[in-house]
Design a protein around this ligand. Structure first.
Ligand code: SF4
Length: 87
């Protein structure tokens, strides 16, 4: 029997780019996102995850890792905004 993934699918890679990455309230500081994309996410001991100040320069090159971190975050607080590539 097929399973249904309720999480939204990422937009097509060639038609969009990541415009913005942010963390909503509820991070449990598990560090998973930092392990996957350390140039974008940072988790200090006992603190909520933050998006690195220079993260935007890695949105293109680390897109796959960023999307994986957003999918795998156990509390689903990593949010991504995409825009069409032409913008
Ligand atoms: S994966 Fe999610 S819960 Fe874990 S540190 Fe990152 S934002 Fe927080």
């Amino acid at each position: 029997m097929a399973t249904h993934d309720a999480r939204p699918k990422s937009p097509r890679v060639n038609e969009t780019r990541i415009q913005k990455v942010w963390i909503e309230a509820g991070c449990i500081s598990c560090q998973l996102c930092q392990d996957i994309a350390p140039n974008v996410f940072r988790v200090e001991d006992g603190q909520d995850c933050v998006v690195q100040p220079e993260a935007a320069r890695h949105f293109r090159g680390s897109r796959e890792d960023i999307e994986q971190a957003a999918r795998d975050c156990p509390v689903e607080v990593i949010k991504l905004e995409f825009v069409p590539t032409q913008q």
